[in-house]
Ligand binder design. Structure first.
Ligand code: GLA
Length: 368
């Protein structure tokens, strides 16, 4: 009875919050085949977020700074065509069917070996050559947000099974909720995330190295020279990977540490303390310049913290500034990289009749 009360209360407050959210949509651009790409604008008193059907991507994210001034904190482009020319950054996208890396693009399932298309040195990254980030999903308005749907055919990039994936973005006052679900008609693997690059000082405002990060993890998964986990769960204590208390992202990034050198900064997966399948803290970021605070919670067992090491000035922001190295960071909540090849990692297998569920929330507040 008590539980029912809590559930009813939660449902009522979520419904009330989404009632205060307005949703509008329009055409943002066109795919090379002429199909329209739709953009949805979700707006509450505290947040305005734009998401589009192409790659189920976050295009912009406006939140308040400590003086209540709204500003965009998500890296991205003002015109759709720019997204078609950038096949490198994954700005705002939902990578899939397997976010992050699979070693040599190879794994075995029920005794059969599968080969995924290779697109990152010797490995498959973010689902292979043409991943979910590059596809135009379909969009449908739902209360307080939008649901994107994609059907990935059996054999897509080498993955077995027809995978039907849904991503829902809803806005509840100062909280963005991202819910992922998927079903398959053959055993397969699935790992979905969101690849938004944040700069809490504002998109196009330069470095993120002064922003202060906390990660709710005592261990991380060290990687080899091609960024594939070794399989070890290593303690963060005494290393530059210890974000159990807040540290500026840049405070230790240039230390003489093998893992930092391999990745050219941070680009590893942390093993979250919380219980998989239940919403638990993942990371918090505080920006002393703007006062903005981002709080990330997730049902996933891991988070990839990526410090934007591969941004190299090739692409320019909507403000005109070039996106240089470490001008944005990602917190990609996920199952661990290369899980299909590590039996000691939580499984990413999905069987027919099962439904994959994952949820991540971003809450935006400020500090004086
Ligand atoms: C992920 C990877 C990084 C990089 C980016 C995209 O975060 O872990 O190594 O490939 O995507 O540039």
């Amino acid at each position: 009875m008590k539980l029912l009360g809590v559930i009813l209360l939660t449902m009522t407050s979520l419904a009330a919050a989404s009632a205060a959210t307005t949703v509008q949509h329009s055409t943002f651009g066109h795919m090379p085949d002429g199909k329209p790409v739709e953009i949805y604008t979700l707006k509450s008193a505290a947040v305005e977020i734009q998401v589009m059907t192409f790659g189920a991507r976050v295009v912009s994210l406006d939140t308040k700074d400590r003086n209540d001034k709204m500003g965009n904190i998500a890296l991205g482009y003002a015109s759709f065509d720019k997204y078609l020319t950038d096949n490198k950054t994954y700005f705002g996208s939902v990578p899939g069917r397997y976010a992050n890396r699979i070693a040599n693009g190879k794994f075995a399932l029920d005794g059969k070996t599968y080969q995924i298309t290779i697109n990152d040195g010797p490995n498959a990254l973010h689902g292979g050559k043409v991943g979910f980030a590059d596809l135009n999903w379909s969009g449908k308005e739902i209360p307080g947000g939008v649901e994107f749907t994609l059907v990935s055919p059996d054999g897509d990039q080498g993955f077995p099974g027809t995978l039907t994936a849904h991503v829902r973005y809803t806005l509840h006052d100062d909280k963005v909720v991202i819910q992922y679900s998927a079903t398959t008609d053959k055993p397969t693997v699935v790992n979905l995330t969101n690849h938004t690059y944040f700069n809490l000082s504002g998109d196009g405002s330069g470095t993120i190295l002064n922003e202060e990060l906390t990660i709710d993890a005592d261990k991380f998964t060290p990687v080899n020279s091609t960024l594939i986990p070794t399989g070890q769960l290593a303690p963060v204590a005494g290393t530059p990977f210890d974000f159990t208390s807040p540290h500026a992202i840049g405070a230790r990034i240039n230390e003489n540490n093998e893992q930092l050198k391999i990745a050219g900064g941070y680009d590893q997966n942390w093993v979250l303390r919380g219980k998989m399948g239940e919403l638990h803290p993942a990371a918090q970021v505080y920006d002393p310049a703007s006062g903005r605070v981002l709080n990330v919670e997730t049902t996933e067992p891991g988070v990839q913290f990526y410090s934007g090491n591969f941004l190299d000035g090739t692409f320019s922001s909507r403000t005109g500034a070039k996106y240089e190295r470490r001008n944005g960071f990602c917190l990609e909540t996920q199952h661990f990289p290369d899980s299909p090849n590590h039996s000691n990692f939580p499984s990413t297998e999905l069987k027919p009749g099962q439904t994959y569920h994952s949820e991540t929330t971003w809450t935006f507040t400020t500090r004086k």
